[in-house]
Design a protein around this ligand. Structure first.
Ligand code: GAR
Length: 201
């Protein structure tokens, strides 16, 4: 049985699309069972709707406080019986309700080589710092901001002419394959987390 992925997005959803494309193959050990967003206008929701995958939206502004938002997001994810939750361009910090419901089973993809440049503006921050190499990181989510155990990283060279948009697109081209590959590994093996070490056997 393929593993059940719930994918969380905030924007265009090209990483989601890469997972949807990969999961079209019977050989891929996972399928996307639902897509959640923190904003109704997240363009990536249409990618899921096009292929008949259920979507849900949990907008923080609709809730009295962060705890209520977190509880509702956890409840929505719970409905889909997820084996793994994938934060693929989801621009929110997950709260304790979601984290405790899926211990060591939430994956995030980030457009920088962590621990450098965590947070919401990683590509901008890397350019502003003047690095000559950057990249992307796929990691497990813990209760910090982009601090969980690293699963895989890939390097991308910075060009002198790069703008934030151009560099981010080049990172995303690498990131999509990295995420698809990591999910394939995780969903076809036993996964044990010992401190910062992720043992895949
Ligand atoms: C990706 O580059 C992802 O790493 C980044 O948002 C982009 C989403 O692209 N996430 C973060 O910056 C989280 N801190 P997509 O919507 O086309 O998949």
């Amino acid at each position: 049985m393929p593993a059940r992925l719930v994918v969380l997005i905030s924007g265009s959803g090209t990483n989601l699309q890469a997972l949807l494309d990969a999961a079209r193959s019977d050989q891929y050990p996972a399928k996307v069972v639902a897509v959640g967003a923190d904003r109704r206008d997240a363009a990536g929701l249409i990618r899921a709707e096009k292929v008949g995958i259920p979507t849900f939206v949990v907008e923080p502004g609709d809730f009295a406080d962060r705890a209520a938002w977190d509880a509702e997001l956890a409840a929505e994810i719970q409905r889909f019986d997820a084996d793994w939750v994938v934060s693929a361009g989801f621009m929110r910090i997950l709260g304790p309700a979601v984290l405790s419901q899926h211990p060591h089973r939430i994956v995030n993809t980030h457009p920088a080589l962590l621990p450098s440049f965590p947070g919401a503006h990683a590509v901008r921050d890397a350019l502003a710092y003047g690095v000559t190499v950057t990249g992307c990181t796929v990691h497990l989510v813990d209760d910090g901001v982009d601090t969980g155990p690293v699963l895989a990283q890939q390097v991308v060279m910075v060009e002198q002419s790069d703008t934030e948009e151009v560099l981010h697109e080049r990172i995303k081209a690498v990131e999509r394959d990295l995420l698809v590959g990591v999910m394939q590994q995780l969903c076809s093996h036993d996964v044990e987390v010992i401190g910062r070490e992720v043992v895949i056997s």
